[in-house]
Design a binder for this molecule. Sequence first.
Ligand SMILES: Cc1cc2nc3c(=O)[nH]c(=O)nc-3n(C[C@H](O)[C@H](O)[C@H](O)COP(=O)(O)OP(=O)(O)OC[C@H]3O[C@@H](n4cnc5c(N)ncnc54)[C@H](O)[C@@H]3O)c2cc1C
Length: 297
Amino acid sequence: MIYLKSLPTFEYFSPQSLKEACSFLKAHENGAKIVAGGTDLLIDMKYRKVTPRYLVGLRTLPELSRVTFGDQEGLRIGAMVTHQEIMDGPIINEKFKSIALACSQVGTPQIRNMGTVGGNVCNAAPSADSVPPLMAYSATVTIAGAESDRVLPLEEMFIGPGENCLKAGEILAEIRVPVAPPHTGAVYVRLPARTGKDIAAVGVAVLITLDPTSGACNDVKIVLGAVAPTPIRSRKAEAALNGEKPGEDLINRAALLSADEAKPISDVRSSLDYRTEMVRVLTGQALNQALAIARAS
Ligand SMILES: Cc1cc2nc3c(=O)[nH]c(=O)nc-3n(C[C@H](O)[C@H](O)[C@H](O)COP(=O)(O)OP(=O)(O)OC[C@H]3O[C@@H](n4cnc5c(N)ncnc54)[C@H](O)[C@@H]3O)c2cc1C
């Protein structure tokens, strides 16, 4: 594939409302694409993987750049919120630390200041850093359409590498993250491929809620990134932990189950065997870290 320095010719459309943006996308189904920060899209355009006639910018829609929080409704993150804004957000750092940490590990300051969480989700890379911790928190997505909107669990967004479930004329508007119960610990750990600035070769998010009386796991979510065609839940490992009081043996067994559930490939970033082993190691680390937070809270 040849990388050209120049972008293909396109026209830029700046909508005045979300509905106008959806209608424009629907009317130009095969010729228009949303541009958020452009950190994925413009590279694809330079490679001529995509050559849209129109780019639809969303910067004119302030509702997509907001972060709000309420004890009842939880955290609402507009699709155009950047990784840097999430990483710096006081409420996200206080109540949803694993999400802030994941965004702090995306690329470089330049990428974090341009790249958005909506773009990270919609680009549907299996390695997208913001996705595993959001999935572990059971986040939902609000999708705006020309005629109607819909809400679905974030994990249903992903169909395959680079493929999401959005239909013609649909735009990801917002991500909602419910407040976790007390005695919850959540973490995200990742293995960069070559340097700390690299895209993740493996990412593991864990969320554990403990029963304060018995110390058993009331709820466990384990989400694996970069080791399957989409980010995946490690359901067998979750089931092994749910209802149990976690000790060293159980954590080791859960980590092995996660490694077994991962379906990695060998590519330029890592081999299949190394990724599988690192899922085991990182899942064990993430479980221990999340447990320590849950026990201390
Ligand atoms: C040097 C470099 C390093 C990187 N490092 C990392 C990393 O460490 N971790 C990581 O996860 N990613 C990394 N990335 C990838 C990229 O920066 C992120 O995926 C970023 O979040 C993409 O967001 P964006 O706003 O730039 O999306 P864009 O490039 O604008 O859009 C990406 C795709 O999503 C679609 N889209 C965007 N917003 C919406 C929306 N609201 N509704 C519907 N469709 C939409 C676009 O049409 C396009 O197809 C890196 C990229 C580069 C160039």
